[in-house]
Structure formats: C-alpha cells, structure tokens
Design a protein around this ligand. Structure first.
Ligand SMILES: Nc1nc2c(c(=O)[nH]1)N[C@H]1C(S)=C(S)[C@@H](COP(=O)(O)O)O[C@H]1N2
Ligand SMILES: [Mo]
Length: 240
C-alpha cells in the first residue's frame, strides 16, 4: 500500500494522487466551476483532517479475491425490495455532500474517467445465497479523497433512487475494495443490478451494498433510520 512513514504529509498526499491515478485526470470535476484538482494540490500542505487522512493512507486488510475462472455468472440473484427505478444515465448525477469540504456532483462520464478498479469477490446475501462476481468501478476512497471529508465526518449515508437507504462507518467506506461499481462481470451494470452505479464491497453483506445510488452524504451521527434491512432487525455493521 502507501508508504506512510518518512514523508511529509504534503508529499504523501501527492503520492496518493499519483498511485491512485488521480493525478492523471486533470479533473474536469468542474463543470460546476471548481478547479478541484488544483485546489487539492494547493492545499496539500494544510493539515486538513488528520483522522480521515490516517484512514486514507493506512492500509486496511484486504478481503480475498478470486481468479476469473471462479466467477459464477448466474449465481448473483437479483434482490430488490421495490421496483427497478427508471434512471437516465445521461442526466444522472452522483451527489457527494454533507460533512465535506468539496461537495461533488458527478456525471457517469466523469466517474468513468476516474481510475477503474476491478475485483472478483464473493457477494453474500443473508437470505441464503452467495455468488462470486466481478465488479468494476471507482474506489469510494478516491471519491472521498476528492470530496475531502471534514474532521467530524464519521458515517456515510447512501440514498438510492428506489428509496432504499443505507448507512456505513467511514472506515469501511474508504476500504480499498469498496467500489462505486458500474460494471458487473466485464459488462456495463444492468438495470436490475443497480445501474448506473451501485456499492460493491467484499467486506460487507449484500444488503449493505446499495444499488441505484444517487447521493452519498457524510455525517457526524447515525440517523434514526439506519438502513432498509437494519430497521427491520438486521445488524447495522453487516461485516463479512
Ligand atoms: N437500492 C437497493 N439496493 C439493494 C437492494 C435493494 O432492494 N435496493 N437489495 C440489497 C440486497 S439484500 C442484496 S443481496 C443486493 C443484491 O444485489 P443484486 O440484486 O445485484 O444481486 O443488493 C442490495 N442492495
Ligand atoms: Mo441480500
């Protein structure tokens, strides 16, 4: 992972951008007029958030990944409590807001220009099925890095277009294998599986992995409604 020692923080930050590939996208994250990438580099020597920075720079234990031959193309059952929402990928924007210094509104084109991570992991549903799946997408940690969580940010709320909702701890959200995925098994994500973008992570149970995510909000507290399944009695952390 990232060399954490012996580097001044500003260099570590530059190194993070390089290693993650973020430095090569002269982020047109603007559109909203924010020269975000320049802004981040200019602020690179400011102490902005020691606790969040520690989360971003320290390696977390990776979950097992599998070879391509292990993919089970038909084992991922569609699990949807409501009907599949109708989303136009052209006008779709993923919002990142709440306790962040740089709120973001990202089109799919912008997201797809960011570094793509692919992983083959086991998806586990508490309803008694599991599937080895390949997911491709953007690391949520890279999005968090661009949004710059404030020092008091502790939790991440995911709002979905079908009114599904979830909350996560920030450490799990910035785990290197937590993706905002737009591909499944090498293909664009299907509507059933959460297009245009969903959460995919090998460290959490299936119900934590929100499909059709429209808004990611950082917060200091957990809301009374913690998650669609959690509010019916399932465990909140939902770790694997
Ligand atoms: N928005 C939304 N996300 C959701 C769900 C849902 O009903 N709505 N179901 C969850 C559950 S219980 C599981 S197991 C996985 C299933 O993902 P899949 O339908 O792509 O197999 O999505 C999770 N994310
Ligand atoms: Mo599930």
């Amino acid at each position: 992972m990232l060399p954490n020692q012996g580097f001044p923080r500003s260099l570590r930050r530059r190194r993070f951008l390089q290693l993650s590939g973020l430095s090569s996208i002269s982020l047109l994250l603007g559109g909203c007029g924010t020269p975000l990438y320049d802004d981040i580099l200019n602020k690179a020597s400011e102490p902005f958030n020691q606790r969040v920075e520690t989360l971003l720079f320290n390696p977390q234990k990776p979950a097992p990944e599998f070879p391509a031959s292990a993919i089970q193309p038909n084992a991922l059952l569609v699990n949807t409590f409501n009907s599949v929402p109708d989303i136009d990928p052209e006008t779709f924007r993923l919002i990142i807001d709440g306790e962040v210094n740089h709120p973001l509104s990202l089109s799919m084109t912008q997201l797809q220009r960011m570094p793509l991570t692919s992983m083959i992991i086991r998806h586990v549903c508490v309803e008694g099925w599991a599937a080895i799946v390949q997911w491709g997408g953007v690391r949520l940690r890279d999005l968090m890095y661009l949004a710059q969580p404030k020092a008091n940010a502790r939790y991440v709320y995911f709002q979905s277009a079908d009114n599904y909702y979830e909350t996560w701890d920030l450490a799990s959200a910035v785990h290197p294998q937590t993706l905002m995925a737009y591909q499944k098994n090498g293909q664009p994500l299907s509507d059933d599986n959460g297009a245009p973008i969903r959460v995919a992570s090998p460290i959490k149970l299936g119900y934590k992995q929100s499909k059709w995510v429209t808004r990611i909000t950082l917060a200091n507290h957990l809301p009374p409604k913690k998650g669609y399944w959690e509010d019916q009695g399932y465990e909140w952390y939902g770790g694997l």
